[in-house]
Design a protein around this ligand. Structure first.
Ligand code: NAI
Length: 228
């Protein structure tokens, strides 16, 4: 399939389609119309059609979408048809929570090792992989030997830019960055920043907006429930 430039907004919606389609596939659903999918996902059918049109449609008039095919195609677009080997940098609270989350494996993301500066952690295991000292040569060799393409940064923000620079020089091309700092990396390196507090602030905004709308027009959530 020929790929054109897709907006980040569409890319941002693909994982959600992928999740829903995966669940439909698991429960034995073979095909679905954009209308049914729209009802399930609480997005408009035209939004779904527009999003899928970015990739050539996938649907057939009068048939809807083939769930298995669509799931696989979106998986390919998201690069999930290849496994990804990852290392964790910083095996503290957050790092260990991530490495112990088994579900990443089901999506083809595998932690192969963890690195930390804390000697108390060296030699221990987290999520079934070893925690190593942050020795430059060891890290470089590990990245090459294990064909690591993604580094997950769970270290203090003061440390993150320097470590990211090293990782890039060792061949890392994808960084999942949890440190609250922007990382200066070359254009061919992809960084995905994750800030849980951004999501929480979005929730706070929506709560505030909803509260003021409710105060204005008196619509309560029980009204919405009854409309389902
Ligand atoms: P933590 O203190 O439990 O763990 C940090 C770990 O990094 C420690 O094990 C420490 O020894 C290690 N470390 C420090 N410098 C290092 C270096 N140069 N190389 C390798 N390892 C190093 O902290 P926690 O709670 O796990 O948070 C980790 C980072 O993630 C912090 O920057 C925190 O602000 C951030 N964070 C981000 C969130 C987000 O939504 N993006 C949510 C929670 C935390």
């Amino acid at each position: 399939m020929e790929e054109k430039e897709i907006s980040q907004a569409v890319i941002g919606r693909l994982p959600r389609y992928y999740r829903y389609l995966g669940e439909l596939k698991m429960s034995g659903v073979d095909r679905i119309s954009s209308r049914e999918l729209s009802k399930l996902m609480h997005v408009t059918a035209s939004q779904i059609r527009q999003d899928f049109n970015n990739f050539g449609g996938f649907g057939q008039q009068g048939y809807g979408y083939n769930v298995g095919f669509l799931y696989e195609e979106i998986g390919k677009i998201l690069g999930l048809d290849n496994d990804h080997n990852m290392i964790l940098i910083g095996a503290g609270h957050l790092g260990q929570a991530l490495i112990n989350y088994m579900n990443f494996r089901n999506r083809g993301f595998f932690f192969r090792g963890a690195f930390d500066v804390n000697p108390d952690l060296w030699g221990k295991e987290a999520g079934g992989v070893k925690i190593y000292p942050c020795d430059d040569e060891k890290m470089k060799k590990f990245i090459a030997d294990e064909k690591i393409d993604i580094a997950v940064l769970c270290i203090p923000k003061t440390q993150a830019p320097a470590i990211a620079g090293k990782l890039v020089s060792y061949g890392i091309r994808g960084i999942w960055n949890f440190a609250h700092v922007d990382l200066p990396v070359p254009d061919d390196v992809q960084v995905e920043n994750v800030h849980l507090s951004d999501s929480l602030m979005k929730l706070s905004y929506n709560l505030r907006r909803h509260t003021s709308e409710t105060a204005k027009n008196g619509k309560k959530s029980e009204d919405w429930d009854r409309n389902l």
